[in-house]
Design a protein around this ligand. Structure first.
Ligand code: HEM
Length: 171
């Protein structure tokens, strides 16, 4: 949180709110949000789709009419690709020269023609909300409700465990 707040202080300051024009300069903030999407994306699976005709995919036969859902969680947690998928590490999205590293394996909105219709809106609003909250508050967990792990509750969406946070104003 300290690194994000330092970046926001340097790039945005404290007399205005962050805007989308700041995004390319808020590399660590962007990388953190991308890591959140990878690590605990809110949609672990896509909505159900149906194969329109007999299909073969990587040697697997998929007969017409089969219901198909993509497992986004498994793409984001593939140890063969990420190495340490269970570690929350925003730096994996930062190039050695300090620029943001886009990774095609981060697909929290699905992929292809039926991917999320609201992706642009969701990306914009989550970025503005997250950066504005970080600019204004320092968050800490309430020790009375310890969070023992961040696995979440699996369902149609991946919900966070029960938690309570304190928000301390910093501006
Ligand atoms: C962080 C927020 C969001 C996440 C992580 C998310 C994720 C997803 C995912 C994974 C799918 C399934 C894609 C697939 O089946 O391949 C989906 C579908 C969809 N999402 Fe989102 N979504 C978000 C926000 C929104 C918003 C804000 C809207 C509308 C304003 C929206 C509208 C839709 C629609 C209409 C579909 C169905 C698309 C189709 O079947 O063609 N989503 N979303």
């Amino acid at each position: 949180m300290g690194k994000i707040q330092q970046e926001l202080d340097n790039v945005v300051g404290n007399v205005r709110l962050p805007s989308m024009n700041d995004r390319t300069k808020l590399v660590y903030t962007d990388a953190t949000q991308t890591e959140v999407f990878r690590y605990r994306g809110s949609a672990p699976l896509t909505v159900p789709h149906k194969a329109l005709r007999d299909t073969k995919l990587q040697g697997f036969r998929i007969p017409a009419g089969t219901v198909v859902m993509n497992n986004l969680y498994s793409v984001h947690m593939d140890p063969g690709y990420w190495g340490d998928p269970e570690t929350f590490r925003p730096e994996r999205f930062i190039n050695p020269d300090g620029s943001f590293r886009k990774d095609e394996r981060v697909i929290p909105f699905g992929k292809g023609r039926r991917s999320c219709l609201g992706e642009s809106l969701a990306r914009m609003t989550t970025f503005l909300l997250f950066s504005s909250l970080m600019q204004h508050f320092t968050f800490s967990l309430d020790p009375a409700i310890p969070v023992t792990n961040t696995d979440g509750k699996m369902g149609f969406t991946l919900a966070p465990p029960d938690f309570r946070v304190f928000a301390k104003a910093r501006l």
